[in-house]
Design a binder for this molecule. Structure first.
Ligand code: GLU
Length: 302
């Protein structure tokens, strides 16, 4: 079975240790399986991309400096808008005029890690729709008909989740992440998706959409996040957390830190890390960054 994974950074800030660790995990899994590792820049949020000027170049540069070399050309979402439009045309959809506030007020309790859209606009009459269109541009939602879907994750096992009528096109006309990621993974021939476990909750919806579009859902490896001393997801405010900030350490030092945190021992090259890969894949747990060290996080009870 082919093994094609991808790394999909959003160029809205520099990559921190958590991002680099996830990229390394995906690279290792792909190379260990003799597969391919592709690169996709998720640059649909034009305003945030512009505000983080040059981030894409720095991200790709940092990955290269660690020895994480990808196969083929970099794919950019901003160059693929007509593909997303074609996918929307192929799906059952409806217009949604709800504001955030209306959705919050109408929503039920969180379900499978998120608040499903309650379907408010699904059954609007043509007259109601015309009236609401005069006041507010619509978002486009997929009609999931109350589906549920299960995915396989090498770490979390079989994870099933409700598929709500999620947004495909936002009301500013921008294509939603959940749509673009699916269209791209299908077209890039992705069979395995290694990414941060903050995205585990979105996997059943994305896999369901893949099946709706005639694709075969990937196998997932959701990697535990790097958190700070307070247990919160690592961020810029945690100080020196990017390759550039860690000036007193060489790329090989950082690689050793990351490979050790993945349970492979301190490896100063990607080839060394590959040689240290075990047969089983139980090195995906989260770690804590504190006092310049990465150490195993205490279980959060997830
Ligand atoms: N662009 C997303 C992020 O940076 C990753 C999406 C994915 O891997 O599916 O968090």
């Amino acid at each position: 079975m082919p093994h094609v994974d991808r790394y999909a950074p959003s160029p809205t800030s520099d990559l921190h240790l958590g991002n680099l660790r996830t990229a390394l995990a995906g690279w290792l899994l792909a190379r260990h399986a003799g597969g391919r590792w592709l690169m996709r820049v998720e640059d649909l949020d034009r305003a945030r991309v512009r505000a983080a000027s040059g981030a894409e170049g720095r991200q790709l540069d940092d990955l290269r400096r660690l020895g994480l070399v990808w196969d083929g050309e970099v794919v950019r979402q901003s160059e693929r808008l007509e593909r997303y439009a074609a996918a929307v045309d192929a799906l059952p959809t409806y217009e949604c005029f709800c504001t955030r506030r209306e959705i919050a007020e109408a929503s039920s309790a969180p379900h499978d890690g998120y608040r499903p859209y309650p379907g408010t606009c699904r059954d609007l009459t043509p007259a109601q729709r015309a009236e609401r269109r005069a006041g507010r541009p619509p978002a486009i939602r997929v009609d999931s008909a109350g589906a549920s879907f299960a995915v396989d994750d090498v770490h979390a096992g079989r994870v099933s989740g409700l598929v709500d009528d999620f947004v495909l096109v936002r009301n500013d006309g921008g294509f939603a992440y959940n749509l673009a990621v699916v269209v791209d993974d299908m077209e890039m021939g992705v069979t395995h998706i290694t990414r941060g476990d903050d995205l585990l909750d979105s996997a059943p919806r994305q896999a369901w959409l893949t099946a709706q579009l005639g694709g075969r859902p990937a196998t997932y490896a959701h990697v535990g996040l790097v958190v700070n001393g307070e247990g919160r997801r690592l961020a810029k405010r945690d100080g020196a957390v990017t390759l550039r900030d860690l000036e007193d350490r060489s790329p090989a030092d950082v690689l050793a830190l990351l490979t050790e945190s993945l349970g492979l021992g301190a490896c100063r090259s990607t080839e060394g890390a590959l040689a240290a890969m075990p047969g089983d894949q139980r090195f995906f747990s989260g770690v804590t960054w504190s006092d310049g060290e990465l150490s195993p996080s205490r279980p959060t009870g997830r």
